[in-house]
Design a protein around this ligand. Structure first.
Ligand code: COD
Ligand code: ATP
Length: 203
């Protein structure tokens, strides 16, 4: 039986960096955000539908995420319509990933909105990446196209870091060195790599 580890955390906490560390250890990783980028990229499967709902947000290069973000991040109804287009397609890709890795002892699902949109009940264990709020802020504000207002809007859409930590099976610290974070990832890999017995089996 494959154990499913859900990896989540708030904006800029280091999910993508930590997901890459799990992949480096040979663990299959499903990256929900990468799937969204594929669906929204050049010739992406959802570009036409997004253009129909949000005219002027796409081009031959796919979705212009900066423009789309301006339309949806302050408008709950619009964001809900975008999520209704995207989340079912991501769920399908995730199911295909799980079917393709049935034989692995454990896999990682990198799901940014695990707590906010549901999904915690589809994983066996949860790892939350977490850094102090001031470190998170500096990291996020250094990103191109980011500003204090956009950051505040995104934070308001996400469960506070302290609540995520309280609900986690593992907290992966990302406020210190990359080496420390890698150590924490290796420890989780060692803990979870033990093959699980099927319920009721005696071997
Ligand atoms: C709103 C969009 C266009 C903004 O794109 P942009 O490149 O500017 O930002 P990016 O994707 O890196 O997101 C920045 C932060 O916002 C968070 N975020 C994105 N969408 C949402 C959402 N629906 N609710 C809460 N937080 C969100 C991300 O987890 C991340 O922490 C894009 O995130 C999007 O299409 N979102 C809808 C799909 C979705 O829910 N994706 C996240 C889970 S897979
Ligand atoms: N110990 C650490 N662990 C993880 N990331 C770190 C650490 N130290 C510094 N960083 C840096 O912090 C940044 C974290 O960004 P990353 O894209 O991984 O976050 P994210 O949680 O995936 O963001 P988002 O939710 O916005 O997609 C990277 O630039 C990374 O190099």
């Amino acid at each position: 039986m494959t154990l499913i580890l859900g990896l989540t955390g708030s904006i800029g906490m280091g999910k993508s960096t930590v997901a890459a560390m799990f992949a480096d250890e040979g663990v299959p990783v499903f990256d929900a955000d990468a799937e969204v980028h594929r669906l929204q990229g050049p010739e992406g499967a959802l570009v036409a539908e997004i253009e129909a709902h949000f005219p002027g947000t796409t081009s031959a290069a796919g979705v212009n995420r900066t423009t789309l973000a301006e339309r949806v991040l302050g408008d709950g109804d619009a964001l809900g319509r975008l999520e209704a287009l995207i989340h079912p397609a991501v769920a399908l890709a995730r199911a295909e990933f799980l079917a393709a890795h049935e034989a692995a002892p454990f896999v990682v699902l990198d799901i940014p909105l695990l707590f906010e949109k549901g999904g915690w009940d589809q994983v066996d264990k949860i790892a939350v990446v977490s850094a102090p709020a001031d470190v998170q802020r500096v990291r996020v504000l250094a990103r191109p196209g980011m500003n204090a207002e956009k950051f505040a809007r995104i934070l308001a859409l996400q469960l506070p870091d302290a609540e995520k930590r309280a609900r986690a099976d593992f907290v992966i610290p990302t406020g210190g060195s990359l080496g420390e974070t890698r150590e924490a990832v290796s420890g989780i890999v060692r803990t979870l790599s033990v093959p699980r017995r099927k319920p009721g089996s005696s071997t």
